[in-house]
Design a protein around this ligand. Structure first.
Ligand code: NA7
Length: 558
């Protein structure tokens, strides 16, 4: 036994680092953090593919909890890349002396709740054992790489890589014939960077999407001074918007403006670049007719940029409304298809049949390749949790309980799994937001909750199954009230992983509204949660089937 501790945190990304700091330094709990990777960074430790970059603007892609940290840290670019983000997280670890309680190269393989002892018994792949009262999964929403099971991959004589497991020493693509499968946010970042070094790049596209220019660039000293002097304001905006970004959604509907003005608004947003394009009108994700205008604008831009008519057609042949799949932003993505060394294969017309020793064979021909890049995404939101054999009360298994899709209360806890918390778990706004802002709220809620338990001599907390049912229904209702439900090939629904249940996983009601609900639930003595002695399943006075805070917060706000 490696030791009995109060709290165990799994994962050393933005979420895990702050959770370790909060539990250890604010509550004084003995806390240990275990990380499968060789160092801290989470997503940014693994994602080092060419062109990798954050899609959130850097001035809001940070922790806000420490004024001192805010004042000392300055980003160099509008969208930071992995090296700079890793330097930032490294500085955070150094400043708060986190490394002494972190273990790397430790993959948690099982976690079992021992009801008699009220302890989580955790084991790593190296056979190390831990016992902790509180278990916090900070495993990331997009960390379980999805390599599609295409026949023949094992016979491929070249090299292949998934973007989310990119070798840290880099991959020499110079002069190589590269095939890239996948055109989501990652593929759209990777293709232009790969095209610059490879002899030939073949992009295999299954679903076309809408990308808007990122317009990355160096931040000016004036901008950085403004950021330094306005952290409180930036934080206030990020916490009050549906997506946790530091820009507000325009308070107008598409129909409020004349077509000429609408065009000018879209053109200005296109020039400005970034996810702010989605914020040009408040009804883009609510009204199909409004959304159509954004689709048409972007499709026209694609056709204006891409010279080859067949490629332009395939790239603009999008089967879902704008932003109903995660909207990518890019640097010269569409322009890349004007290069002589880049070819687009439309898999809808010419599907992959198999991987051969020499490359990829689609229905029409074999594409000879030296390297295959899988930009094929993740088993999102549930994949990394279910990779661990998590057992709750009476030996129940999370893999069984979530067989038909995840069930949580607020994306924070699961019924039957006392004192187990998930940061940005399914059922929380998570991937629909600027992640650090959502993470900070979850970490602080969990920390306050554990402080409450300890101050009141409460041994265990878990959600009332009734509250979980109500929350599940509300998550579905929030998604259905928007156009998000129109993109059936979306990973928000698990549609990218064969056999995965089709359930809309993130909470689409908006981060600002969600924050209020979480705060109200805590203020009511953790309404909807069961608090009591381990094993006794005592119930708080606040237990309620109707959950007032939830009922009061009905509505949407994507
Ligand atoms: P995504 O957004 O899941 O994109 C994966 C891409 O790979 C997407 O174009 C998929 O097509 C494609 N894909 C997946 N499986 C296959 C198979 N079997 N054949 C062909 N094409 C396939 O992952 P990303 O890494 O780009 O982005 C993930 C998130 O990271 C992003 O949203 C940001 O939040 C950061 P599909 O659309 O499923 O038809």
């Amino acid at each position: 036994m490696d030791g009995e501790i109060d709290a165990l945190v799994i994962g050393a990304g933005f979420a895990g680092l702050y959770q370790l700091h909060s539990l250890r330094d604010r509550l004084g709990l003995s806390t240990r953090l275990l990380e499968a990777g060789g160092d801290l960074g989470g997503t940014w430790y693994w994602n080092r593919y060419p062109g990798a970059r954050c899609d959130s603007e850097s001035h809001a892609y940070r922790y806000f909890f420490s004024k001192e940290l805010n004042e000392e840290w300055e980003w160099s670019e509008r969208y930071p890349g992995p090296p700079e983000i890793l330097r930032y997280l490294g500085r955070v670890a150094e400043k708060f002396d986190l490394r002494r309680d972190m273990r790397f190269g430790c993959r948690v393989v099982s976690a079992r709740y021992d009801e008699g002892a009220n302890r989580w018994r955790v084991q790593t792949d190296a056979g190390e054992r831990y016992a902790a009262t509180y278990l916090v999964a900070a495993v990331g929403c997009l960390s379980s790489a999805n390599v599609p099971d295409i026949p023949g991959l094992r016979d491929f004589s070249g090299q292949w890589f998934h973007t989310g497991r990119w070798p840290h020493q880099g991959v020499d693509l110079a002069g190589k014939r590269v095939g890239q499968i996948g055109t989501g946010s990652t593929g759209i970042q990777a293709a232009p960077a790969i095209a610059q070094v490879a002899a030939q790049l073949t992009v295999f596209q299954r679903t076309a999407t809408y990308s808007v220019p990122a317009r990355n660039g160096a931040l000016t000293p004036e901008f950085n001074r403004w950021v330094r002097e306005n952290h409180a304001e930036i934080r206030a905006v990020a916490q009050s918007t549906p997506n946790g970004h530091a820009f507000r959604i325009a308070d107008r509907n598409v129909a409020d403006v004349a077509p000429g003005e609408r065009e000018a608004i879209y053109a200005a947003a296109w020039e400005k670049g970034g996810l702010q394009f989605r914020a040009t009108f408040r009804d883009l994700l609510l009204d199909p007719a409004a959304n159509d205008t954004a689709c048409e604008f972007i499709k026209r831009r694609i056709r204006a940029i891409v010279r080859d008519p067949e490629a332009a057609r395939a790239l603009s042949d999008v089967d879902h409304p704008y932003a109903t799949k995660r909207p990518p932003i890019d640097t010269d993505y569409y322009e890349t298809f004007n290069r002589d060394n880049v070819t687009l294969v439309d898999l809808r017309a010419d599907p992959i049949e198999r991987i051969t020793p020499r490359g990829i064979r689609t229905r029409s021909r074999e594409h000879v390749l030296d390297v295959i890049v899988f930009a094929t995404g993740y088993d999102a939101m549930t994949g990394a949790l279910l990779a661990i054999d998590i057992r709750g009360r009476d030996g129940r298994a999370l893999r069984e309980d979530w067989r038909a899709g995840p069930h949580t209360y607020l994306g924070l806890q699961v019924a039957g799994y006392p004192n187990f918390f998930t940061i940005t778990g399914p059922g929380s706004p998570s991937v629909l937001t600027n992640m650090p802002v959502a993470i900070e709220q979850h970490v602080e809620w969990i920390t306050d909750c554990i402080a409450h338990l300890r101050a009141n001599g409460i041994e265990a907390i878990e959600p009332d199954p009734e509250a979980v049912r109500a929350w599940d229904a509300h998550v579905a209702e929030a998604a259905n009230a928007t156009l998000l439900s129109k993109a059936k090939s979306s990973w928000y629904y698990g549609a990218n992983v064969p056999g995965k249940p089709r359930v809309f996983m993130p909470y689409a009601g908006g981060l600002a509204r969600y924050r209020k609900m979480c705060a109200a639930i805590a203020a009511k003595g953790y309404e909807g949660f069961i608090l009591g002695k381990a094993g006794e399943r005592a119930v708080t006075a606040a237990r309620s089937g109707s959950i007032d805070a939830l009922a009061a917060a009905r509505g949407v706000g994507v």
